[in-house]
Ligand binder design. Structure first.
Ligand code: ATP
Ligand code: MG
Length: 562
C-alpha cells in the first residue's frame, strides 16, 4: 500500500537513524491518536497514512488511540465514526486504546509527582493564574500555593478526586519553572475538576488530566517508539520530555515526539471545531455532507480510499505548513475513477429531440463499451428510439464554426448510435427551445461497418431514450468556500467566505441500466463527470452525487480571470 520506490521522508530518516544506532526493529511502534470530538477530515488522512504507512514499511504495530480526556466535547458517536473511517481507508490497527483507560495509572503517577515535590495543588482562580503567567520575555510569578506541604497537596488532590470541590476551585500543577523561556514549562496544569460524565468512564472521575500530562504517558504505557504530531506541538516537546523524565524506567522504551506540518486543503477548513460549526449552523446536512472535507463526506461524495491514500502519498509530509490545492485531490479521484468507473449515459439538463424519419414505436438496443480503459469491463446495450434527450447546452440554433455540437442545419454523431441533423426547433412563449426536430442517417450506425458508419462528423453527443429514461435527483456540488484560504484572515471570519451556490439540484434522465444501481456505486456519466449513488437513494427515487467533473473547470475560470 505504501509506495516502496519513493524516497524516504524526514520522519522515516529519523526512524532509520534510530535503527542504525542500534534500536531493535521490533521496538518500533506507532499510533494514530484522534480526539473523539468530531469526524476525521482530509488533514487526518495525512496523519493516518503517515503512521499506518510507517507500520507497513517497518512491519510494526500501530495503535488507534482515542485521546479522550475532555468529556465536554467527546462522544461515542465520534469514536464509532473514526473507527469506520480508518478501516475504510484500508488500515488495520493493532490495539484500540483509550487514554481514559489510563486514568488510574495517571492518577497514581500524579501522586508520585506530588510525593516527589514535583506537583502541587493550586487554589487560585484561572484569572489569577493567567495574570502570573508572564510573557515570553518576562518571567512569570510563583503561585502563593506553590510551596504547600506534600501532605496538604495529597489531601487536597484526594478531595479533588473524591468530588469534594466545585469546578474551578483547585487544579493540580507540575512544579517546573515559572521563569522558563518556554511558557508551557511555567507550572503547567495537569488536572482540572470537571463534574461531567465521560462517554466511557461515566462518573468514575471528576478530575480529568490535561493533554500534556496524558499524551506522552499514554505513549509510554503503550511503548510507542515514535509519537508523531503536528507542528503546533513542537513547543510541547520539552514538557513531554520533562514528564517522561520523572517516570521512565531505564529498562523500558522511552517514546520520542517528533513533529510534521499540518496539511491544509484549499477552499475549505480542516478543523473539527470549524466543521462542527458548519454542521450546527445547518450550512451542511451533517458531518458526511458530500461537500465536507471529512473522510465520511468524501466517501459519500464518491471518493475511493485509494484516491485519498494516493493523494496523501503524493503530497507526502512536510516541515512547513502550506495549503494544498483541492484540484490535486480531484486529480487523484479522476485518475482512479477513470480506471474503474463504468461509463453510462445521463442527461442533466434535458431537451427533447424527435428523429422525424425514425419509425414511430420502434426501438433498437445498441451495444456500447462499459469502460474503454478496461477491456474486461465488457459491453452493454442501450435503447435507442425516435425521441431522445440531449443536453440543452449541446444545442444552439445558430453558432459559429467552432461550435461542434448540434446546430440547425448541422450534424453530430449520437454516441454509439447514428449521425443526426437538426432541421428545426420548437419554442415556448418565453423563447425556450422545447423540442428539436432532426433526421438521422439510417446507414450511419456506429460499428455497423458501412461507409456511412465511418463518416467523421466533428461532434459526438450523449443521449438517453425518452421512453426508457430513468429520472433521478442529481446533486451537483461546488466548493464550500469561495476563498482559497477562508481561515487565513485575522480580521474576517471563515464563515464570510461560504459559497452560497455550493449545491445545485437538478432532475436528470439516466439510461435504464442504472435501475439496479445501489448506494455507493460509482459511474462516469459520459462527457459530464463522475457520479456516485447517494445513501438517500431508494427504489422509488434515485439520488446521485457528482463526485467531480471530468475536467478541472475551476482552473479554466481562474485562467480566464488572469
Ligand atoms: P482539529 O483541529 O481538526 O480538531 P486536531 O489536531 O485537534 O485537529 P486530533 O484528533 O487531535 O485533531 O488529531 C489526531 C492526529 O491527527 C494528531 O496527531 C494531529 O496532529 C493529526 N492531524 C490533525 N489535523 C491534521 C492536519 N490538518 N494535517 C495533518 N495531521 C493532522
Ligand atoms: Mg486536538
Amino acid at each position: 500500500m505504501s509506495n516502496p520506490v519513493r524516497s524516504l521522508n524526514f520522519i522515516e530518516h529519523i526512524v532509520e537513524e534510530d535503527l542504525a544506532k542500534g534500536m531493535p526493529g521490533k521496538q518500533l511502534r506507532f499510533r494514530f491518536p484522534p480526539e473523539p470530538n468530531g469526524y476525521l477530515h482530509i488533514g487526518h488522512a495525512s496523519s493516518i497514512c503517515l503512521n499506518f504507512g510507517l507500520g507497513l514499511r517497518y512491519n510494526a504495530p500501530v495503535n488507534l488511540r482515542f485521546d479522550d480526556t475532555n468529556p465536554i466535547k467527546e462522544e461515542q458517536e465520534f469514536v464509532d465514526a473514526i473507527k469506520k473511517d480508518v478501516e475504510w481507508l484500508g488500515y488495520t490497527w493493532e490495539t484500540e486504546c483509550y487514554a481514559s483507560d489510563y486514568f488510574q495509572q495517571l492518577y497514581d503517577w500524579a501522586l508520585f509527582l506530588i510525593k516527589s515535590g514535583k506537583a502541587y495543588v493550586d487554589s487560585q482562580t484561572s484569572e489569577e493564574m493567567a495574570r502570573q503567567k508572564g510573557t515570553p520575555t518576562e518571567a512569570g510569578t510563583e503561585s502563593p500555593y506553590r510551596n504547600r506541604s506534600i501532605e496538604e497537596n495529597l489531601t487536597l488532590f484526594e478531595g479533588m478526586k473524591n468530588g469534594d470541590f466545585e469546578e474551578g476551585t483547585h487544579v493540580l500543577r507540575a512544579k517546573i519553572d515559572m521563569a522558563s523561556s518556554n511558557m508551557l514549562m511555567r507550572d503547567p496544569i495537569m488536572y482540572r475538576i470537571l463534574h461531567k460524565a465521560h462517554h466511557r468512564t461515566n462518573t468514575d472521575w471528576c478530575i480529568y488530566p490535561m493533554y500534556d500530562w496524558t499524551h506522552g504517558e499514554s505513549d509510554y504505557i503503550e511503548q510507542v517508539s515514535h509519537s508523531l504530531c503536528t507542528l503546533e506541538f513542537a513547543p510541547h516537546r520539552e514538557l513531554y520530555d520533562w514528564f517522561l523524565d520523572q517516570l521512565v524506567d531505564s529498562d523500558r522504551l522511552r517514546p520520542k515526539q517528533r513533529e510534521f506540518a499540518r496539511r491544509n486543503l484549499s477552499h475549505t477548513v480542516v478543523s473539527k471545531r470549524k466543521l462542527l460549526k458548519l454542521v450546527e449552523d445547518g450550512v451542511v446536512s451533517g458531518w458526511d455532507d458530500p461537500r465536507m472535507p471529512t473522510i465520511s463526506g468524501l466517501r459519500r461524495r464518491g471518493y475511493t480510499p485509494e484516491s485519498i491514500r494516493n493523494f496523501a502519498d503524493t503530497i507526502g509530509i512536510a516541515k512547513r505548513e502550506n495549503i494544498v490545492d483541492v484540484s490535486l485531490l480531484e486529480f487523484h479521484i479522476r485518475e482512479h475513477l477513470n480506471k474503474i468507473a463504468p461509463r453510462v449515459m445521463a442527461v442533466l439538463r434535458p431537451v427533447k429531440i424527435v428523429i422525424t424519419n425514425y419509425p414511430e414505436g420502434e426501438e433498437e438496443w445498441l451495444e456500447t463499451e462499459n469502460n474503454p480503459e478496461d477491456p474486461e469491463a465488457g459491453v452493454r446495450k442501450v435503447p435507442f428510439s425516435r425521441e431522445l434527450y440531449i443536453e440543452s447546452d449541446d444545442f444552439r440554433e445558430e453558432a459559429n464554426r467552432r461550435f461542434f455540437r448540434l446546430k440547425l442545419g448541422g450534424e453530430v454523431r449520437l454516441k454509439s448510435a447514428y449521425i443526426i441533423k437538426a432541421e428545426h426547433c420548437i419554442k415556448d412563449d418565453k423563447g425556450e427551445v422545447t423540442e428539436i426536430h432532426c433526421t438521422y442517417d439510417p446507414k450511419s450506425r456506429s460499428g455497423s461497418g458501412t461507409e456511412e458508419s465511418m463518416r467523421k462528423v466533428k461532434g459526438t453527443l450523449h443521449w438517453v431514450s425518452v421512453s426508457h429514461a430513468l429520472p433521478a435527483e442529481i446533486r451537483l456540488y461546488d466548493r464550500l468556500f469561495t476563498d482559497e484560504n477562508p481561515d487565513g484572515y485575522k480580521d474576517r471570519d471563515f464563515m464570510e467566505f461560504l459559497n452560497r451556490d455550493s449545491l445545485e439540484i437538478v432532475t436528470g434522465q439516466l439510461e435504464p441500466s442504472l435501475v439496479s444501481a445501489e448506494p455507493g456505486d460509482r459511474f462516469q456519466f459520459q462527457r459530464l463527470g463522475y457520479f456516485c449513488v447517494d445513501a438517500d437513494s431508494s427504489s422509488e427515487k434515485l439520488v446521485l452525487n457528482r463526485t467531480v467533473t471530468l475536467r478541472d473547470t475551476w482552473a479554466k475560470i481562474e485562467q480566464k480571470k488572469e
